[in-house]
Design a protein around this ligand. Structure first.
Ligand code: NAD
Length: 339
């Protein structure tokens, strides 16, 4: 079977990771990536051997800077089956129309609203909904994190209500513009958009969310309280999460007390860019009291959505019918395992 030809529009935090992940798949070919400016990231892409494409209005700037391009964004679109749009949030509508005109399928990211595509994606919760679709959207890092744990818990014990507080990283590590760099900033528009975003994939789930921005760049942390319909013990919940796809249990008593040690573990695992694709749950922080379940989880915002983008490509391009098969292929290529 011919490889799926993939282009990546926007080579920032998410785009560069999607590009490497596509290049690592046996059934996909990375046709190229786009950059708007000839900065160090454009040179990094060239160094990796990726073809660079640019919007029409950037051709001159790349020429002046002497940075080699393979063509324009439109040229890239003429060579791909699917484009993964990794541009910043809220420019999606403009690009959606361009992709439509070029007749290519497109995946958007969580910075865009569900209404842009009408379909949102998570690998285990709703893989088949994007089957053959022209457009889909991989939900945000926080929403992906919540789906990875709430979906298997709901399947096992049926969640009556979930209450989540999201402690958000203020900026990504490569970002020096955002903040706060001192203090904690609550989101005062309540409940936050994260609950409805989870419902774009699990519409039956009753979930309420709040969020606080914190002066850290490493990861988000979620505190989750879930009222369960079925009886459950702490040990049974641990077993469900141990088996859950792309969820990694760690223990505070083994020295992983903070997100800093989680990222140190990610470095020890030796993966591309030291990414932690899994949602990390503190095993000794899981507790059931009566019908109420409590746990903490950490989300590596730069990377947890990357395997989801790869599975979404397979679903939209009808390359693998079985979600578990696609997840297994993606995980093998990215080095994600339970050990
Ligand atoms: P980013 O700012 O790191 O990268 C965006 C890239 O798009 C950059 O290469 C930039 O040069 C380019 N760009 C800027 N304006 C453009 C335009 N008008 N047209 C084409 N390209 C343009 O952003 P990011 O963090 O990678 O986020 C991309 C998407 O992924 C957003 O929807 C975001 O909400 C979502 N997302 C981000 C994270 C995260 O933590 N960074 C996590 C999950 C999802």
């Amino acid at each position: 079977m011919a490889k799926i030809r993939v282009g990546v529009n926007g080579y920032g935090t998410i785009g560069k990771r999607v590009a490497s992940a596509v290049a690592a798949q046996e059934d996909m070919e990375l046709v190229g990536v786009t950059k708007t400016r000839p900065n160090f990231e454009a040179l990094s892409a060239l160094r990796k051997g990726y073809d660079l494409y640019v919007p029409d209005e950037s051709v001159e700037a790349f020429g002046k800077a002497g940075v080699k391009i393979a063509g324009t964004l439109k040229d890239m679109l003429s060579k791909v089956d699917i484009v993964v749009d990794c541009t910043p949030g809220n420019v999606g509508e403009y690009y959606r129309d361009m992709y439509k005109a070029a007749g290519v399928k497109a995946i958007f990211q969580g910075g865009e609203d569900h209404s842009l595509t009408g379909i949102s994606f998570n690998s285990t919760a709703n893989y088949s909904e994007s089957w053959g679709a022209q457009l889909s959207r991989v939900v945000s890092c926080n929403t992906t994190g919540l789906l990875r744990t709430l979906n298997p818990i709901d399947k096992a014990f049926k969640i009556k209500d979930a209450y989540v507080t999201i402690v958000r990283r203020a900026a990504d590590p490569g970002d020096s513009k955002n903040g706060p760099i001192n203090g904690l900033e609550p989101s005062v528009s309540l409940p936050t958009h994260h609950g409805p975003d989870v419902q774009s994939i699990m519409p039956w789930l009753s979930i309420s969310t709040m969020a606080i921005k914190a002066s850290t760049t490493l990861m988000h942390v979620h505190t989750v309280v879930a009222e369960l319909e079925a009886e459950a013990t702490t040990e049974e919940v641990i077993e469900v999460l141990k088996k859950a796809s792309r969820v990694r249990l760690v223990r505070s008593k083994d020295g992983i007390k903070t997100t800093a040690q989680i990222m140190e573990l990610a470095r020890d695992l030796g993966r591309d860019r030291s990414d932690m694709y899994e949602i990390v749950v503190w095993e000794d922080g899981i507790k059931v009291v009566g019908n109420t379940l409590y746990y903490y989880q950490a989300v590596h915002q730069e990377s947890d959505v990357i395997p989801e983008n790869i599975d979404c490509i397979r679903s939209m391009c009808k390359a693998e019918k079985d979600s578990a098969e696609s997840v297994a292929k993606t995980d093998a290529a990215l080095g994600i395992s339970k050990s």
